[in-house]
Design a protein around this ligand. Structure first.
Ligand SMILES: [Zn+2]
Length: 483
């Protein structure tokens, strides 16, 4: 049977505030354990929460960037559960009245088409602390576990998507898009390695064409973008095999085991009534008026959609290229800087970025910021191509060296003798040697097999290790082959 996957993501992102959600403690990452704490964020009896206005500003900002409705009235609620990293015994979150709801984002699919993914809601909540296990990874093998409450009560926004995603690739594209939006809007660094972005996935499958949803499982413990994509792919496959074997899918929470390459059952899936949500009695309802929303809107930085438009209008870049360039804010910022420095056609920058640079990042599984390439160095390389110091072919090797070393283009060219050979005299004698060494091909060419010119061009390039100017080689060959 043909199955279709149905996927929804819950993304938790830290909001870039200086202080915590309900107290004045710092949110700075990487501080000594339990140094950023106070009676409020450690849940001391009688300590009262005070809402951080900047967290609300960022939630509104994010809501606008996600095309959401900003709700005039929202309510904080207690989500009750027990865990050692949650001293209060409940998390302050939002339940039936979230701060923003009913938005959408557009993702770019691999075939170049676009798809709209609904956002159910984005609500404010506080983070929990962190357990640090000693002795072994995971709680089972640990000899001791320490509680670090520095993260306790750091502001979070939970972004819940509609079940609109149909494959692991779409889920990845959506996750990439949300990360980019968070970065463009200046709401969060969205750094998954520092735990500033976390993602859980709800996954089910159903016979293709069936309108009802199948039984879903929730996948947790995915620690990288790649892990999210892989875990979802594995879970879809597991569910297909289970159904094919006549088993039933159980509604449960499953943990992704990266090393083993599978998902494993953690616990039966809790329902919202298990948390006994009730309105937080220590906080008033959050009221947001039109004026507040208008103020946040006026302060919104340039978002990806606006950059896409600007790139097309200012530089004549295609809609598709503009979309690819803006998928990652770091790449788009790099392009903007390079475009200001380069006096030639900006499309050259686009081509190098979207093919060679993004290709390199994908193969090496790196982000642009993890390489050493600088906009000024790329622009210098383009200048060397423009003035024919190097060939396009050599530039392809050069850009990899620049990504790895961060050295300026000219220095690398001079150090490794990569300059293009344009000296017609030197090239003519090389070509003459090649013609002499291949009399059979020369004879066939003169007998009318014109395609053999490519063979001679290739031989010349081989002999000069790619450094011969293709233009000069072509001119010379035309002349010498006609003799
Ligand atoms: Zn505190």
């Amino acid at each position: 049977m043909e199955y279709e996957a149905v996927i929804g993501l819950e993304i938790h992102t830290h909001l870039k505030t200086r202080s915590k959600m309900f107290c004045a403690c710092s949110t700075e990452f990487g501080k000594p354990p339990n140094s950023n704490i106070c009676p409020v964020c450690t849940g001391q009896p009688g300590a009262l929460p005070v809402l951080n206005k900047e967290a609300v500003n960022l939630a509104i900002r994010c809501g606008l960037a996600l095309n959401c409705t900003i709700n005039k009235k929202s309510v904080f609620a207690r989500k009750n559960y027990f865990y050692p990293d949650l001293p209060k015994g409940y998390q302050i979150s939002q339940f039936d009245l979230p701060v923003t709801s009913a938005g959408f984002v557009t993702i770019l699919l691999s075939d170049g088409t676009e798809k709209r993914i609904g956002i159910t809601r984005a609500h404010l909540e506080e983070d929990a602390g962190k357990l640090v296990h000693q002795g072994a990874e995971g709680i089972e093998g640990a000899t001791a576990s320490h509680v670090d409450l520095n993260r306790s009560s750091v502001p979070l926004l939970e972004i819940v998507s509609e079940p609109d995603l149909r494959s692991a690739e779409e889920a990845r594209a959506y996750l990439d898009k949300i990360k980019a939006i968070l970065q463009y809007a200046g709401v969060s660094d969205a750094n998954m390695e520092e735990g500033k972005l976390r993602c859980d996935a709800n996954v089910s499958i159903r016979p293709a064409g069936q309108p009802e949803f199948g039984v879903k499982t929730e996948i947790k413990n995915m620690n990288s973008f790649r892990a999210v994509e892989r875990a979802i792919r594995l879970e879809i496959e597991r569910q297909k095999q289970a159904l094919a074997a006549g088993q039933k899918i159980i509604q449960e929470t499953r943990s992704y085991d990266e090393a083993a390459g599978r998902t494993v059952s953690m616990r039966s899936k809790e329902e919202s009534h298990d948390y006994r949500y009730f309105p937080e009695p220590d906080l008033l309802p959050l009221l947001i008026d039109e004026q507040w929303i208008a103020q946040v809107r006026a302060e919104l930085p340039e978002l990806a959609e606006q950059r896409i438009k600007r790139y097309q209008e200012e530089y004549g870049i295609s809609a598709y290229d503009a979309r690819v360039l803006t998928l990652d804010k770091a790449v788009s910022d790099f392009f903007d800087t390079a475009a200001r420095l380069y006096t030639g056609d900006k499309k050259a920058i686009v081509n190098w970025l979207t093919t060679d640079v993004l290709g390199y990042l994908k193969t090496e599984n790196l982000e642009l910021g993890q390489t050493k390439l600088q906009p000024a160095n790329l622009v210098e390389m383009l200048g060397l191509i423009d003035n024919k110091t190097i060939s396009g072919k050599i530039a392809k090797e050069l850009i990899v060296k620049m990504l790895q070393t961060g050295e300026p283009a000219r220095k690398l060219v001079e150090a490794s003798g990569l300059q293009q050979i344009t000296d017609a005299g030197a090239l003519q004698s090389i070509i003459q040697e090649i013609l002499n060494a291949n009399p059979k091909q020369l004879e066939q060419y003169r007998a009318g097999k014109a395609a053999l010119k490519g063979f001679f061009v290739g031989e010349t390039m081989k002999k000069t290790r790619g450094k011969a100017s293709p233009q000069v080689v072509n001119q010379l060959l035309d002349k010498l082959l006609a003799d």
